[in-house]
Design a protein around this ligand. Sequence first.
Ligand code: ATP
Ligand code: MG
Length: 566
Amino acid sequence: MRQSKLFIPTLKEVPNDAVVASHVLMLRAGYVRSLGAGIYSFLPLGYKVVKKITEIIREEMDAIGGQEFHLPALNPREIWEETNRVEAFGDTMFHLKNRDYILAPTHEEIITYHARKVVNSYKDMPQIWFQIQTKFRNEPRPRSGVIRGRQFLMKDSYSMDVSEEGLHLSYKAHEEAYKKIFNRCGLKFFVVGASSGAMGGSGSEEFMVKSEAGEDTVAYCEDCGYAANVEVATSNASRKLRDEVSKEVYEIHTPDVKSIDELCEFLKIDESECAKSRVYIASGNPVLILMMGNDEVNETKLQKVLGDEVRPAHPEELKEITGADAGSIGPIGFKGKIYADYRIMNANNMYSGANKNDYHIGGIDFMRDVPSAEYADFRIVRSGEECPKCGAALGVFPAIELGHIFKLGTRYSEAMGAMFTDENSTEKPIIMGSYGIGVERVMACAIEQEHDENGIVWSKSLAPFDIHLLGLNMKKDNVAIASERLYKMLTDAGYSVLYDDRIDAGAGFKFKDADLLGMPLQVVVGEKGLKEGKVELKLRKTGKRVDTQIDYILESVKSLLDELPV
Ligand code: ATP
Ligand code: MG
């Protein structure tokens, strides 16, 4: 393609609302434009990348026997009423003025609707149905560009099986297909086991990439591959061991000491000797949670122990419940249930608040003084702590979910009456799985992972063009002639080439654009090189430069591109 004829509206300035690298670069390089909060138009270069991703996904879905559908985004609302998901999605679902229809945020219901009509016998299964199609979700905070759009493309597939074993095979087939897809896209990903959650399934995993733009926080062990959302992640953080002798409980005047750090400073003690207090209201009752030192309470873990009806106590409530303000609260004399984190289980000689402003208590022995305390894992794991599986150091960082595989079980088939008869003519609900990949998210994550201050660095597999051919001074006949010749040679050899044939653009401008747009290989045609019959090749990823005779261009291009893994 001749760049003089292609619509690539690059931007010099970074738009104000774009903060995430992929968002900034997709706008600057003219791949997308915003049409409203969370709504993006894909321009020609951007859409080429989308098509490359969907083609990779399609090939791998075909390879596991997936059959491609194209389901409507406009759905009769009553189908969604069958599973109560109009209510479950709430404001995230786009409702139309015509109340009979909604815009589909996903397609479990529609698949199950069709399955119930046509998948009636064990002989009709297994099935894998997939589509690559637009979804609508009224995301409350659409930021980070296409990573969280209100309209986005999803590859969603659904498996139908007669047994749990069958479901497991379909699930594993997707897991393997997803690994191939993300590897082919050049993404460094890891797989996080998720709890089955509200959808009522029996197993689920998320494919994640590390990224500053991520809205999830995960704990990941590079050594053994342990990966878990920080909501459920654990570690082998050390526990407070019991001292041989327990001191007596004693009160200490601690004026103006509020935080654990201030307490440690004031008493010259280690934070591991402090039991930090957090008061919650669980189903209307006050509950004290004690944590070691500066450990933070993980509210997901808290809910597991105390149920969903739990919230932090308000400051006014604190005073009423304990007689003190935050910073002076502790277990001795606390009226209500007391829990403590495993790290300080049965510890002695601990310090905590006295439930009296400006006072703390030392010499607390949990076994002796707080015998009613119950223990659980309540804490948020931190970077550097020991991996619970292998003991190596855990990393805790933000990550983006690229894809999700999910054993649905019979949640949908039961709700919607999608039944089949087995070999013994017994009627049973179809056993289902659902599997999603965000197409634009794959694109954004590829940019998140591979870019530098100058622009995007595409893998060969996702790049809109294999080669960016730059004719530096196209006013010069020799440059123009050689560039045209190279364009033909490279195109004839089967490469897709973006040819910067613009006459008025200066060399510096062309170099900048080429780095910004990010094609894997640049072929630079300049007057100086041409004097020796040479052009320069540059790999965008490594910056490696090679001069080559025009006659050997194909060999040189091939050998440089072969240096890139994907
Ligand atoms: P998230 O937690 O990020 O909102 P989700 O759990 O809602 O994701 P799923 O319903 O499992 O996502 O959808 C499958 C895939 O679709 C996700 O793994 C993600 O890649 C993609 N996806 C979900 N929501 C969006 C969105 N608003 N914009 C772009 N892609 C999305
Ligand atoms: Mg979501």
